[in-house]
Design a protein around this ligand. Structure first.
Ligand SMILES: [Fe+2]
Ligand SMILES: [Fe+2]
Length: 212
């Protein structure tokens, strides 16, 4: 592994982005590659709106699904070799694994920081007290222009009109949870904790308003 992203100049980060795009073209199917590029574009848009470092956001966004097309066997082999602790959940639901494994790959291969790793790690489940980067990656993934359908449309509207937290809350409550229940799939505790944390924060803000 070379330099850490935090220590890179703007030019070096630009070169890294190009490198990652090239790598992803090899690793991913065309569809997933295009999704990754679209997620990067959407994330860049959000980085502007929410005044975040655009390069950091774009690098994280483009690489978020780097491990998505690994097989179950490859996930477990990678986890064992790289000593990544797995939970009971991971053996039954593959979905969060690509975030976990992806977060490890980007640190070792591209020098991504802990903050960038976390945003990839939690992009499928969300988590309590998400960072701005976590939120942008989570939502860019779900609202990028290639996502079609009523749910994606609705999420885009909420994101635009009500902001990041409301969009994440809506996604968990009205998209993720109902869909998982309908399919009799497991819910990750991180998703529940994410919604609880957003609700608690909302309540605090409302209480503070009432006092004034
Ligand atoms: Fe993903
Ligand atoms: Fe994705």
């Amino acid at each position: 592994m070379g330099k850490k992203v935090e220590e890179m100049s703007e030019k070096e980060r630009e070169a890294l982005l190009k490198q990652i795009l090239q790598d992803l073209k090899q690793i991913l199917s065309e569809n997933r590659y295009l999704h990754s590029v679209s997620t990067m574009k959407k994330a860049k848009e959000l980085a502007k709106i929410y005044q975040q470092n655009e390069q950091i956001v774009m690098l994280t966004a483009v690489a978020h699904d780097i491990a998505k097309e690994m097989t179950k066997e490859e996930f477990f082999a990678y986890a064992e070799k790289n000593k990544i602790p797995l939970e009971e959940f991971d053996t039954q639901e593959k979905v969060a694994l690509h975030g976990k494994i992806g977060a490890d790959i980007v640190a070792k291969k591209y020098g991504f920081s802990k903050e960038m790793q976390d945003a990839i790690y939690y992009h499928t489940t969300a988590r309590a007290n998400m960072t701005m980067l976590d939120k942008i990656i989570f939502l860019a993934d779900k609202t990028e222009e290639r996502r079609e359908g009523e749910d994606a449309e609705k999420l885009r509207t909420i994101l635009q009109e009500e902001g990041l937290d409301e969009a994440i809350l809506w996604d968990i409550d009205y998209y993720t949870i109902p869909r998982m229940i309908a399919k009799e799939r497991l819910l990750h505790v991180n998703s529940i904790q994410a919604r609880n944390a957003i609700l608690a924060k909302k309540k605090k803000i409302e209480e503070a308003k009432e006092k004034n």
